[in-house]
Design a protein around this ligand. Structure first.
Ligand code: ADP
Ligand code: ZN
Ligand code: MG
Length: 475
């Protein structure tokens, strides 16, 4: 029997805001000493009242628009999700249940169920001696939760989705979305069923701290479930964790259901009617939110496709905002000319990235190097050398041409200067001239090589070649 795996993702991301979700504590949990970014609200002292963070809500709405989802402008609310755990001081988490800010939408062709806003928990540190320490700096940090439909069918596809979401969140400035730092956390629901039949029992896999873990854990879980079913056994609905060392999923606990959480609307926060905010403030109008969006990753990809940037280079750029913005500035500096843009992408992504990054290089410096190459004033090797000099801060902002000149990297194209070189070579290389006239093309290359040597590498080889052709008078 053939089995088909199905995966739905639940992805959390800490939003990049000034302050926490329901109080004015700074949202910088890792930068400050433990338990210093706290106040009576996020420590859940009795009698305190939460005030929703507009910046966080705006992030969620922008994310929703970018994903093509439907925004809850008419009505939305927060709900209490009740459970006990030492890292959750209120005994409940403020989240959204029936009325999330965003419903629907899609990313990479994967249908999205909902995107809602909630608050992060505190962070527990389990010490070797068995004690557990809790840092409440993270308690109440705004958290996005995105839930996909069960429409993904492999670990690679799931990891690709998560990667794309990370790029999107960064592009929007909504989250740093660093998985290693826990700023973005992926949970995968995995089930397996005979092809064509209803979905099987799902297992939720947590602790996925990298894209590689997402891919591997899902692949492992699919194999585990398929072999259970082949043995005629059942898959138990549960939560499992990913053991990075053993590279397997391990049981954690039986899964709670929504019923266990006793969700109910938060009575201390007024119902949210965002259209009222939009009536008062321009920046809350849907058109304004749409207008505020930067170029989205797939739009950028399309634009790079039009420049015929090779797909792998396109992905490298799209995945790295700093590089992509640098590249775009260089493209502007060559007036968007496609050939020059491709050269710029190539030097940027191979030589400059390969050497350790942009350093002191400016986009205009890269653009000028490419233009010098195109007019044959620099050889490809010359471009690479001058780029390294500019990276290292050489010239202090001087034009690329000036730096190249100073380091004797400019190719001589001046006919007068090259004439002398050609003359000299022709005088001493009679044998090669005879061979060339006898039809041996290699002899011409040899002569050009001699000319390069004679000029200590400074001659423009194409110019030399045509000069030799002109000057040799075959009988
Ligand atoms: P729960 O109430 O257990 O949280 P949901 O219906 O809210 O379940 O779904 C949570 C996540 O699990 C979603 O991402 C959804 O796509 C996924 N999911 C639901 N059913 C399945 C299934 N049978 N196989 C794989 N994923 C599933
Ligand atoms: Zn606080
Ligand atoms: Mg759920």
């Amino acid at each position: 029997m053939e089995f088909e795996p199905t995966i739905g993702l639940e992805i959390h991301a800490e939003l990049a805001t000034q302050s926490k979700m329901f109080c004015s504590c700074p949202n910088r949990p890792d930068e400050l000493p433990p338990n210093t970014a706290v106040c009576p609200v996020c420590l859940a002292h009795p009698g305190t009242l939460p005030v929703p963070n507009k910046e966080a809500i705006r992030h969620i709405l922008r994310i929703g628009v970018a994903l093509g989802g439907e925004l809850s402008f008419g009505f939305s609310e927060f709900d209490r999700k009740n459970y006990f755990y030492p890292d959750i001081p209120k005994g409940f988490q403020l989240s959204q249940y029936a009325y999330p800010f965003v419903c629907g939408g899609a990313l990479r062709g994967v249908a999205i169920t909902r995107v809602h806003l909630e608050e992060d928990t505190a962070r527990s540190y389990h010490e070797k001696d068995g004690t557990t320490l809790v840092d409440f700096n993270r308690a109440g940090v705004p958290l996005m939760e995105l839930v996909t439909e069960p429409v993904i069918h492999s670990g690679e596809e799931a990891a690709a989705f998560a990667r794309e979401l990370q790029i999107l969140l960064r592009t929007l400035g909504a989250s740093h979305a660093n998985m290693e730092k826990g700023e973005m956390r992926v949970e995968a629901n995995v089930s397996v069923a005979p092809k064509g039949s209803e979905l099987g029992t799902k297992v939720e896999v947590k602790n996925l701290n990298s894209f590689r873990a997402v891919e591997k854990a899902i692949a492992y879980e699919i194999r585990r479930q398929v072999s259970l079913l082949r043995e005629g056994r059942e898959v138990r609905q549960e939560t499992r964790g990913w053991d990075e060392v053993k590279e397997q999923t391990v049981p954690q606990r039986r899964k709670e259901t929504a019923y266990d959480y006793r969700y109910f609307p938060e009575p201390d926060i007024p119902k949210l009617r965002l259209e009222r905010l939009a009536e008062e403030h321009l920046q809350w109008r849907l058109e304004e939110i749409c207008r505020s969006l930067p170029e989205l990753p797939w739009e950028r990809r399309e634009r790079y496709g039009e420049l015929a940037i090779p797909p792998e280079q396109c992905e490298m750029l799209v995945a790295n905002l700093e590089l992509a913005d640098f590249f775009d500035a260089a493209v502007t500096a060559v007036n968007g000319e496609a050939e020059a843009a491709r050269l710029a992408a190539n030097y940027l992504l191979t030589d400059i990235v390969g050497a350790g990054g942009i350093g002191a290089l400016k986009p205009e410096g890269l653009a000028e190097a490419v233009l010098l190459y195109q007019e044959s004033a620099l050889s490809s090797r010359g471009v690479k050398e001058v780029l390294q000099l500019l990276r290292a801060g050489e010239g202090e902002g001087k034009a690329t041409r000036a730096v190249a000149e100073q380091h004797n990297l400019l190719q001589v194209s001046d006919e007068g200067a090259l004439d002398a070189v050609v003359q000299k070579v022709l005088e001493r290389e009679e044998k090669a001239v005879v061979e060339y006239c006898a039809g041996k093309e290699a002899a011409l290359q040899y002569l050009v090589g001699q000319g390069m040597r004679e000029s200590k590498g400074s001659a423009n080889p194409n110019k030399l070649k045509s000069l030799f052709k002109q000057k040799i008078q075959c009988p």
